[in-house]
Design a protein around this ligand. Structure first.
Ligand SMILES: Nc1ncnc2c1ncn2[C@@H]1O[C@H](COP(=O)(O)OP(=O)(O)O)[C@@H](O)[C@H]1O
Ligand SMILES: [Mg+2]
Length: 249
């Protein structure tokens, strides 16, 4: 198997009476496509927040490319090459799609200022090329507020990809995308990830999407992994079928 790039080890986080991370551990190797499945409240989003610095664990560690990143800020983790997209897209709604990409880049490069001229940004061409890869070129000059939810999710992912992560966490990339468009969106994403050799971890509720796009599946329950294996092993696992898939997550 290829190199280990991220390891979460024994993460613990309690919110009041809820143990949202309860010994959560995961090893991620370069170029894997890991799907995280599991019921609502299982701690999937909490795990992503812990790995990307948005939440700090009460115990445990996160290592990226061999370094301990547990205590780093989200911004520092982003700079190291760990990207993420959100369950609810985090975008500047009154800006255009291309402006959102340029704003994200400028924020990371520390070149943002109130006087920043987005229309003269040196990376403009590059960002149009990225929009083309993710199938958003036509929408590039539109105001985000006017666009449908599914498209906003793709834009949020494009914003994360603009920062050229080595690893990206995607929280429910196809939620809000109509069922007949899911495969199209995932094909586009898979191509963009392949083109940049980006490793990906994504939370997904649609088992057809999991079967088609994941190289490995981790089943979350009670703040940790309950089962993991290939899509074939997991989707045919009797207990997983009964507790996760059967209940129509
Ligand atoms: N900021 C928070 N404050 C309090 N409880 C939270 C917070 N975030 C998540 N939780 C709780 O932690 C548990 C796991 O939530 P979450 O990670 O969002 O699950 P999932 O993404 O698998 O649906 C849930 O019981 C949720 O209500
Ligand atoms: Mg969630």
């Amino acid at each position: 198997m290829s190199a280990l790039i991220l390891e979460a080890r024994d993460l613990e986080l309690r919110f009041g009476g809820v143990q949202a991370a309860n010994g959560a551990s995961l090893k991620v190797h370069a170029n894997e496509r890991i799907a995280i499945i599991g019921p609502n409240g299982a701690g999937k989003t909490t795990f992503i927040n812990l790995c990307t610095g948005y939440l700090k664990p009460q115990a445990g560690w996160v290592f990226f490319a061999g370094s301990d990143i547990t205590a780093l800020s989200p911004r520092a983790i982003t700079r190291l090459g760990v990207g993420r997209s959100f369950q609810i897209p985090q975008l500047f709604l009154e800006n255009t799609v291309i402006e959102n990409l340029l704003l994200a880049l400028s924020a990371r490069e520390g070149t943002w200022s109130p006087f920043l001229r987005l229309d003269r940004h040196p990376k403009t061409e590059e960002m149009w090329a990225l929009l083309d890869i993710v199938g958003l070129k036509e929408a590039g000059r539109r105001i985000v507020r006017e666009l449908p939810e599914g498209m906003r999710k793709l834009i949020d992912i494009a914003v994360a990809l603009a920062l050229e992560p080595k690893l990206i966490f995607m929280d429910e990339p196809t939620s809000g995308v109509s069922s007949h468009e899911k495969f199209q969106v995932m094909d586009t994403l898979a191509r963009a990830l392949d083109a940049r050799a980006t490793t990906a971890i994504f939370v997904e509720h649609d088992m057809d999407v999991v079967a088609r796009y994941a190289s490995r599946v981790a089943v979350w329950a009670g703040g940790r992994i309950a089962h993991e294996g290939t899509p074939d092993e997991i989707l045919n696992h009797p207990e997983v079928r009964e507790t996760v898939i059967g209940v129509g997550v």
